[in-house]
Design a protein around this ligand. Structure first.
Ligand code: PEP
Length: 259
């Protein structure tokens, strides 16, 4: 378990034009450099809107930043007549390391179901991207105490048909929908409960070694002040951060949770 490098990923959602994106990333890089951040010890990634990725690439390459980057969504298709879509190979070509699949906002506003999330995850892996597969229950499910079976069913659906060696490479983000953008962070114990159940499921359905390798993040209103407690849980391997990733000091503070 000690071999899982923690990952802090900032989901910028539909915020920041390419000029603002460069500005934020430069400030984040300076802040982390100032603290002599060890990127091998805690990995840092940002997930800008598609229109910012080329600019992010130029800055990351030009300044030899160790911050990684990726996208918030990817097409289920390889190429062709799919107006408005962006393929996985386009993202690889731009130097992306990661891509979110199945974010709750995609599931909710774009009716993405588990089969779609599975198709996107499969395409991402085939193009050499690391999918960050998002799962998690809404408030009604949480109130009914059904968060574990609900989330495990999403994991099963998202990973259906994937080879064990592919599953080993991906990242899962447990994001209870009631905690996203609401300021209501799950308790460290809430996060651990579901995340350890996800790891248990991977152990059962894939293998103990894959279950032990896969990084599972928590997401939902994470702030600098809450990151340490969440990261102290044995099965939590990082955070997927929305709102707070737009504030350099907050996000840098989350990346520096060990300080
Ligand atoms: C997210 O968008 O993945 C997220 C966790 O958002 P927030 O941190 O704003 O709740």
């Amino acid at each position: 378990a000690a071999a899982r490098t923690p990952l802090m990923a900032g989901n910028w959602k539909m915020n920041l034009n390419h000029v603002e994106a460069v500005h934020l990333l430069q400030k984040l890089s300076w802040t982390l450099q100032d603290k002599k951040h060890d990127f091998e010890r805690v990995e840092v990634a940002v997930l800008p809107p598609f229109t910012d990725i080329r600019s992010v690439q130029t800055l990351v390459d030009g300044d030899r930043m160790k911050i990684k980057y990726g996208a918030q969504d990817v097409s289920t298709q390889d190429a062709g007549a799919y107006t408005g879509e962006i393929s996985a190979s386009m993202l690889t070509k731009l130097g992306c390391s990661y891509v979110l699949t199945g974010h709750s906002e995609r599931r909710q506003y774009h009716a993405e179901d588990d089969a779609t999330v599975n198709a996107k995850t499969t395409k991402a892996l085939a193009a050499g991207l690391v999918p960050i597969v998002c799962v998690g229950e809404g408030l009604e499910v949480r109130k009914a105490g059904e968060q574990v079976p609900h989330t495990l069913a999403q994991v099963d659906g998202a990973l259906a048909g994937l080879k064990p060696d592919d599953v080993r490479k991906l990242v899962i983000a447990y994001e209870p929908v009631w905690a996203i953008g609401t300021g209501e962070v799950a308790t460290p114990e809430d996060a651990q409960e579901v995340i350890s159940a996800i790891r248990g499921r991977l152990e059962e359905t894939i293998s103990p070694s894959v279950a032990d390798s896969v990084r599972i993040l928590y997401g939902g209103s994470v702030k600098m002040a809450s990151a340490g407690g969440i990261m102290a849980q044995p099965d939590v391997d990082g955070c997927l951060v929305g709102g707070a990733s737009l504030q350099v000091d907050e996000f840098a503070g989350i990346c520096r949770y060990l300080d």
